[in-house]
Design a binder for this molecule. Structure first.
Ligand code: AMP
Length: 398
């Protein structure tokens, strides 16, 4: 069985061809700089298969052209999805709004609904639609499944998903907390339950998905009861380039005093804030290089980041009342021992501790970093959104 997983961004397509049962990957790749004018020898597609990397150079006009090149590279590497008897194509879709709360078989009306949700995710949903339409054209016989980033949070309690603004305005414009990174939160919390040898229905968990985008969630009995991202992926934790929580009063203040318009504010909060806004760099490896040279702005950026993590940790400890596991995942969460140690420092009285040797280990597998016998298991669980999407798509088609 093989599923092709497609994750279309505004100017990129990430993809994997994999077996949803074993997780074995036959091929993967990245199309980048779609729609940009690039040098003739600029590499725009990298396709990895059987230990080899095939490349394509030159401009890619649009997503459809990108996918056609990908399919040619697939054919050259002996894994043509058009003849491989694919079980399904699984598409990552960012915003499912109120409409979609589980993996959904794609037809014309589903594409239309995803497109209509673009006002809630203007950077993401249009790109997702383009990817879906291209894949449907290239693989008309293969079932296509949409897996939504918001789905895991669809059942948030009313108190957690409601903004305290005029209820009529909120209802008219779909304003509520939706949450994002749901596929990852669901996947790693499920893996954590396996690692603990417990039924997810018995567990209270807190997940920190710390990548370039970052979010946390509180999960009771396998269901999310709170999360840090809201109407858009801007709320909550400090991120690589996004501010996370700010006083909403900052927005009108900037309009009045700095003369910023909506696009200027959008740019400021989404692209020029967070770790980058405070330190000038958004990659954590560079941030630590700066901190180690005594850069004060970088130090402050890190302190603000950790302060926000601990604030939500405290909130979720209280919301859940009892916590069985705290899980770190994604680029920073999986690789950065210092963030994990600082986020959980001094919480022994809550049953939370980190074993320094386990925390520093370079082991790539899902693992404990708390000492044996800890009341709260602290785990590092590598996320695998592609595998989760492939499995969801295969389950639906079956
Ligand atoms: P993601 O969005 O999940 O790919 O995460 C990107 C972030 O993870 C960047 O800030 C990277 O600096 C960080 N990251 C990725 N790999 C490592 C690593 N090996 N060590 C430290 N940080 C890493």
């Amino acid at each position: 069985m093989q599923v092709l997983v497609i994750n279309s961004g505004s100017s990129s397509i990430k993809y994997q061809l994999l077996d949803p049962d074993s997780g074995e990957m036959a091929a993967s790749g990245l199309v980048s700089r779609i729609g940009e004018s690039v040098a003739e020898d600029a590499t725009t597609v990298e396709h990895r298969s059987d230990g080899r990397t095939l490349e394509h150079q030159g401009a890619i006009a649009d997503h459809a052209a990108g996918l056609r090149i990908v399919f040619d590279l697939f054919a050259r590497s002996g894994h043509d999805p058009r003849t491989a008897g694919l079980t399904a194509v699984g598409h990552r879709v960012v915003h499912g709004g109120e409409v979609f709360y589980r993996p959904t078989l794609i037809d014309d009306s589903v594409v239309e609904s995803i497109s209509e949700l673009s006002s809630l995710a203007p950077l993401h949903n249009p790109a997702n639609v383009t990817g879906i339409e291209s894949a449907r054209t290239l693989l008309p016989e293969v079932p296509q499944v949409a897996v939504f980033d918001t789905a895991f949070f669809h059942g948030l309690p009313e108190a957690a998903k409601t903004y305290a603004i005029d209820a009529k305005v909120a209802a008219a414009h779909g304003i509520r907390r939706y949450g994002f990174h749901g596929t990852s939160h669901e996947y790693v919390s499920g893996r954590a339950a396996e690692l603990l040898g417990r039924d997810p229905a018995e567990l209270n968990q807190i997940v920190f998905h710390l990548g370039n985008g970052a979010s946390a969630s509180a999960i009771r009995g396998g269901r999310a009861v709170d999360t840090t991202m809201g109407l858009t992926p801007l709320e909550g934790l400090v991120m690589g380039t996004r501010s996370g929580d700010i006083d909403p009063g900052i927005v009108p203040h900037l309009v009045r005093t700095a003369g910023l318009d909506i696009d200027g504010i959008d740019n400021l909060l989404n692209r020029d804030s967070g770790i980058k806004g405070l330190s000038g760099v958004n990659d954590f490896r560079e941030l630590f290089r700066l901190i180690d040279t005594g850069d004060e702005a970088a130090r402050l950026a890190y302190d603000v980041y950790v302060h926000r993590l601990r604030r939500y940790l405290g909130a979720y400890l209280v919301e859940l009342g009892r916590v069985d596991a705290i899980i770190f995942t994604a680029g920073v969460g999986e690789n950065n021992a210092r963030v994990r140690a600082d986020a959980l420092a001094g919480l022994e009285r809550f049953g939370i501790a980190v074993d320094p040797d386990r925390n520093e280990s370079k082991d790539r597998a899902a693992r404990y970093i708390s000492p044996d016998g800890s009341e709260v298991a602290v785990l590092v669980v590598p996320t695998d959104e592609e595998l989760a999407i492939a499995r969801a798509a295969a389950r639906l088609v079956a």
